[in-house]
Design a protein around this ligand. Structure first.
Ligand code: 2P0
Length: 338
């Protein structure tokens, strides 16, 4: 019998300030445009992988729940397992154990942190000693946004034009006062997955050409705003870019939106807070939740203010978070498979 076991690896989630919206290559997950994100400390996934000659199938357990052999989560995981098995030249099946530290009912996509943690753990088990750049490439094959969660702070995923060149790079360590406040509005499964949403938009949206025509300018402006450590610029550009992304969905055929009435109400709160003098902006992803961008200090006050309208569990503050982390042995020692 042969067995290869990883350490526990932690990856933090990230939220895009300039969105990834559209694939140039579906199989390789090469994006149509670069994206820029902020890795956050509040949401993360811890993952452990064991390859063993006795296992008869790949298995995945998330928060103690065994995942369906034909389910979406295991399918994405297998892409990464197959890639590392090919590099290491082993054909053993794997047991993946994953813990998601996303508050219950948050309804936030865990694919960025989940697939980044898996890329780290699977390659750690087989002692591949991959560089962060190669880990980003590997994570990307599981889920595009996972490529960015290898790094902490502000990150840019360069679209590239091949499997080798489409990788994320750190932009800025975000060691200044910026944070996000999540308003959790709905935890139900979304009707249009992000993969389906982006491919329908690329194929049919009359507004998609405008997205591509203006993206380079948005990227350049965002890089400068980050360099200047300007919350106002980062926030304004991120808000505009998010609204533009959501606009492309309305121009698709059939049209769709991730917004709910509650999302619009949350956006109105942000506009109202600006009128009151707060330097706060919002972004939204492939779901109804709204994420506020501001200084951590102001977001703390805003959280208090918004608690008039929302349950405390719906309001979650986050600060910039680190990249992929190898956890010390005592963490999760009680549940580590042997
Ligand atoms: C982003 N999103 O940049 C964009 C903005 C959602 C809206 O990346 O198909 O789960 O696995 O590559 O990474 C969500 O898409 O999609 C996403 P796949 P992924 O964060």
């Amino acid at each position: 019998m042969t067995t290869y076991t990883s350490s526990w690896i932690r990856a933090y989630t990230n939220i895009a300030l300039i969105k990834y919206w559209g694939k140039a290559d579906e199989a390789l997950k090469l994006p149509k445009n670069n994206s820029i994100s902020l890795t956050l400390d509040s949401f993360y996934t811890d993952t452990h992988v064991q390859f063993d000659s006795r296992f008869t199938a790949d298995t995945l357990t998330i928060d103690g729940q065994g995942q369906d052999q034909n389910g979406a989560a295991l399918k994405k995981a297998k892409i990464i397992l197959d890639l590392v098995r090919e590099i290491a030249q082993v054909d053993y099946n794997a047991k993946i154990t994953s813990l998601n530290y996303v508050p219950t009912a948050a309804g936030l996509a865990s694919s960025a942190s989940g697939l980044a943690a898996l890329a780290g753990a699977a390659s750690n088990a087989l002692e591949l000693n991959l560089s962060d750049t190669d880990l980003s490439r590997l994570a990307r094959r599981g889920s595009g946004s996972a490529s960015r969660s290898i790094f902490g702070g502000f990150v840019e995923w360069e679209k590239g034009d091949s499997d080798v060149t489409s990788v994320a790079k750190p932009l800025d360590d975000a060691n200044w006062d910026i944070g996000m406040l999540f308003i959790i509005l709905d935890s139900r499964q979304k009707a249009v997955s992000s993969s389906e949403g982006m491919s329908r938009t690329v194929a049919t949206s009359v507004f998609y050409p405008a997205w591509l025509e203006t993206i380079e300018l948005d990227l350049a402006d965002m890089r400068q705003a980050i360099k200047d450590q300007s919350i106002q610029q980062v926030g304004e550009i991120a808000e505009r870019n998010a609204l533009k992304m959501h606009g492309t969905n309305l121009g698709a055929n059939p049209p769709f939106t991730y917004w709910s009435a509650e999302s619009l109400r949350a956006m109105e709160h942000v506009r109202q807070l600006r009128q009151e003098g707060y330097n706060v902006y919002f972004t939204m992803d492939a779901g109804p939740n709204v994420k506020l961008i501001g200084t951590y200090q102001e977001l703390k006050e805003i959280k208090e203010h918004l608690s008039k309208y929302y349950d405390p569990a719906q309001l979650i503050l986050a600060q910039p978070g680190p990249g992929l982390t190898v956890l010390p042995e005592h963490v999760h020692a009680d549940i580590t498979p042997n």
